[in-house]
Design a binder for this molecule. Sequence first.
Ligand code: ZN
Length: 88
Amino acid sequence: MLSDSSFTSECPKCGKKALIKRQDSLYQCLACNFKKDLEKPEAEPSGIALAFAIALLIILIVTVTHYGITNPCAPNDLQCIERERLNR
Ligand SMILES: [Zn+2]
């Protein structure tokens, strides 16, 4: 019989108290082969960061195309804005 400390907690998948520590952060259930790596966070920060980067890129593209094509003038350059309006 293994010592009590090797059986750490109930398996979140099958509910049996058969979760053993395989490595420093890796736990495995003897009953259903469920594995849990404690070093891996529940959420995926890389996916969130990627989505955030894509959102920033879209905002940048929209901003550049909006001001670069429809309005080449600086927002506070009223003479340029008036000239562009008359040319169209
Ligand atoms: Zn299990």
